[in-house]
Design a protein around this ligand. Structure first.
Ligand code: ADP
Length: 437
């Protein structure tokens, strides 16, 4: 309910008027009597204001409310009410904050709160173990001055929220996954998890595949050698010829699988070094591969090449040749004869380079698209085998693309064909003004 101050002060105002009237009647000094009464009221009001001010200055404690009535009593009451409300709100906020801090403290992850300049605002206890950050000592310091890892510096500069894997700082043997989450322009969260066990298991898996492939390679080479010899022998009885031919084909399939597995494990186990990288004339590489494929398939008119011959890619030649060969080979072999195929290499408006292999063939159903780069994933098992595929081609392509900092995109529609696009960042490109030899 809205309370009128005039209404509350009415008795006092009436008393003042009465005093002024009485003083005027007794002294016949009307003006003086009114002025004195008004001065008394103003003086009293100032005194009350002073009391209120002192009380509020000292924290408006409930036990020390100034003695008053009328409007002043209401004002004191309202101040006290607001005071109580704000105290309750403060208490609620502080409980919430304590709870939130307890949750973050209890997390198995290191959590560091950063401001817009990447300076530390707050960090939990786990941050000390994983990142060597002590709240008391390091508050206000830039995180990349304490965790001196170029990948982190880059992530902070670019503001990318992608997870990065790093060796734990301070010479520990563990591996960490760091994730930078930008909540606001002046609020970022850095989360670090210990992923040593996951990395170790992954290493074990990779080593097992690599060792098993190495171990199988030598005996298989011997078997293949003998089968080839037998196959070429005139003395081979006709009854055995079919069996030997089939065994020879299967052993060569196994050799291809082993070679692809070894390629994959080599690609997985290392990052592309600067030494391996060189300027590549992709236009020339594409033309050469297409020529070879044309010789093999005898279908010249179906391949259309559109390439920017002034655009070079920085990369490892064997890998880029393998990437292009896989995509062009798939486009030719998983589609009916005579299907039109387009191969493009061009500069994008973003400054990056894009390799596109597009066919107007059968297309791939949507449910398969996300799995195509998995090892041994085939849309049609028997067809892939008949084409001599190992089921590892696109997995190899994906790894090569990642090693070159690119992205592989696959679009396809059944009956309409497929488009495989590889986008390389501008940092991996060289643009020369003249045509390359
Ligand atoms: P493979 O070594 O058996 O060729 P890939 O990893 O290269 O295996 O390809 C995986 C599967 O994707 C293939 O088995 C094939 O079914 C499908 N595929 C790949 N490229 C195309 C394409 N251009 N058109 C239709 N299907 C394709």
């Amino acid at each position: 309910m809205r309370v009128s101050v005039i209404h509350l002060e009415a008795p006092r105002i009436a008393l003042i008027l009465f005093m002024a009237l009485l003083g005027g009647l007794l002294s016949e000094q009307w003006l003086l009597s009114i002025l004195l009464s008004l001065a008394g009221y103003i003086g009293w009001t100032l005194y009350k204001l002073q009391q209120l001010y002192h009380w509020m200055e000292k924290g408006a404690k409930p036990g020390r409310t100034p003695d008053s009535d009328g409007a002043w009593e209401r004002i004191n009451y309202q101040v006290q009410r607001q005071q109580k409300k704000s105290k309750e709100r403060k208490q609620r906020m502080s409980t919430l904050l304590k709870r939130f801090q307890r949750i973050i403290k209890g997390l198995p992850y290191a959590t560091v709160v950063l401001n817009g300049n990447s300076e530390i605002d707050w960090a939990n206890q786990r941050s000390a173990q994983l990142l060597g950050i002590e709240m008391g000592r390091d508050r206000g310091q830039r995180i990349d001055n304490l965790v001196r890892i170029p990948k982190l510096h880059k992530a902070l500069e670019k503001g990318k929220d992608r997870e990065i894997e790093i060796d734990a700082p301070g010479g520990q043997q563990s591996k960490l996954a760091l994730q930078l989450i930008t909540i606001h322009s002046d609020l970022k969260l850095l989360i670090a998890r210990d992923i040593s066990e996951r990395v170790h298991l992954n290493e074990m898996r990779k080593n097992f595949i690599s060792n098993a492939s190495h171990e199988l390679r030598t005996p298989l080479t011997v078997i293949s050698g003998y089968l080839e010899m037998l196959r070429g022998s005139d003395e081979l009885p006709d009854a055995l010829r079919r069996a030997v031919e089939s065994s020879d084909e299967q052993s060569s399939r196994m050799r291809n699988i082993i070679e692809d597995l070894l390629t994959l494990s080599r690609l997985e186990n290392s990052e592309l070094s600067e030494k391996e990288s060189q300027p590549l004339n992709l236009a020339k590489i594409i033309s050469r591969i297409c020529e070879n494929q044309i010789v093999l398939t005898q279908q010249r008119e179906q391949i259309h090449i559109r390439v920017d011959s002034t655009l070079q890619l920085m990369g490892a030649e064997t890998e880029i040749v393998s990437l292009c060969t896989n995509l062009i080979h798939n486009a030719l072999h998983y589609n009916p004869d005579g299907t039109t195929i387009e191969v493009e290499w061009s500069l994008e408006p973003s400054g990056g380079g894009c390799l596109v292999v597009r066919d107007q063939g059968e297309g791939i159903a949507e449910k398969h698209l996300a799995h195509l780069t998995e090892r041994f994933y085939r849309v049609d098992q028997s067809r892939s085998r008949a084409e001599g595929g190992t089921g590892l081609g696109l997995a190899i392509v994906q790894h090569i693309v990642q090693r070159h900092g690119g992205v592989l995109e696959i679009e396809s529609e059944v009956g309409m064909g497929s488009t495989f696009s590889v986008r390389f960042q501008k940092e991996h490109l060289l643009k020369s003004s003249s045509f390359l030899a």
